[in-house]
Design a protein around this ligand. Structure first.
Ligand SMILES: [Zn+2]
Length: 318
């Protein structure tokens, strides 16, 4: 019964979550704090320490053999640093070293949040049993990760599979990343809502102008709302097809709030995939909704720690 657990941290722009996770992927203990995203780096680390202290105070903490971190990106797993776009106080912040010091020297593995979600879906979710998978989170942004040859593929810095920032529109709109016509610039929730509003869609009496409201309108048959989801589906399909053509994946798993639109997104996505995934070796590609929900970040961080301990990925264990 000793050393059979993993500790996990999920670092996002709005909350920092922690957990103790069993060797078979069950969350045994949770801890959470809001991210003081507009404050200095030390205060953000203070929130991480608060979350860790709850875990450390639990009698089961002694059974944790390693700790995994999934963080909003960019991350640099080779350097052990994070620079989350929505946490300006952390730029090149040495999170791995700080967490290792706070936990008495546990081995720490860092991956991007898209890679963590992928590890979770491959371990327990929709990508389970698939040796070659692309998993994506489509919400405020668009992230992702890859499983290749049966193994999580975080890449040297922990960012591989970052499909949100590949260009699918050569002369498209500038993206906050500095690129142009990125998948995220077309398919993220805020961009789905923005495009619908710019094309004349009117929110209902409650004033809700989110992508979820656009999805509800699309379900009710509003043609502008339908068109905005079709455009997002087209961008996702082009990115997924490019990925499949490059590295041969069997399944693309899509989670995040925008995937909650269900067939409003998935029906046009399957249709658009026929237009872009044309070669014989990508035609069999499956599309599936993610299964792990909001626990994907924590379960995936634990999976990354476990895989790193077994030498099963290129992720940095420190
Ligand atoms: Zn971009």
């Amino acid at each position: 019964m000793h050393n059979d657990l993993y500790a996990a941290l999920d670092i996002g722009g709005t909350k920092i979550a922690g957990a103790l996770v069993s060797g078979d992927g069950r969350i045994l203990l949770r801890s959470q704090a809001p991210t003081p995203a507009r404050e200095d780096g030390a205060r953000v680390m203070g929130a991480v320490s608060t979350v860790l202290d709850t875990l450390i105070a639990d009698p089961r903490w002694g059974r944790a053999s390693a700790l995994g971190i999934g963080s909003a990106g960019p991350v640099d797993a080779s350097a052990g640093t994070v620079s989350p776009v929505n946490v300006p106080g952390w730029r090149g912040f040495p999170l791995v070293e700080r967490v290792r010091n706070a936990t008495g020297g546990l081995p720490v593995t860092l991956v991007g949040d898209g890679v963590a979600m992928t590890a979770a879906e491959h371990w327990q979710g929709a990508a389970r049993g698939y040796d070659n998978a692309l998993c994506m989170v489509v919400s405020t942004g668009v992230g992702g990760g890859l499983v290749l040859g049966g193994k999580l593929h975080p890449g040297p810095t922990g960012n591989a599979g970052h499909i949100g920032h590949i260009s699918v529109d050569l002369d498209g709109d500038p993206c906050p990343c500095g690129g142009r016509g990125c998948v995220e610039r077309i398919a993220s929730g805020p961009n789905i809502a923005r495009r619908a509003l710019e094309s004349g869609w009117q929110p209902g009496p409650d004033g809700d102008a989110t992508a979820a409201a656009v999805a509800a309108a699309a379900r009710a048959g509003d043609p502008v709302a339908v068109a905005s989801y079709q455009r997002a589906a087209q961008a996702l399909a082009a990115g997924i097809a490019a990925t499949a053509t490059l590295v041969e994946i069997d399944i693309a798993v899509i989670g995040g709030g925008v995937a909650g639109a269900g067939e409003v997104l998935f029906a046009p996505l399957r249709r658009a995939l026929h237009d872009y995934a044309t070669l014989s070796f990508v035609q069999h590609l499956k599309i599936a909704p993610a299964l792990m929900g909001t626990d994907a970040g924590l379960v995936g961080a634990a999976a990354a720690a476990s895989l790193s301990a077994q030498g099963e990925t290129a992720a940095v264990g420190s």
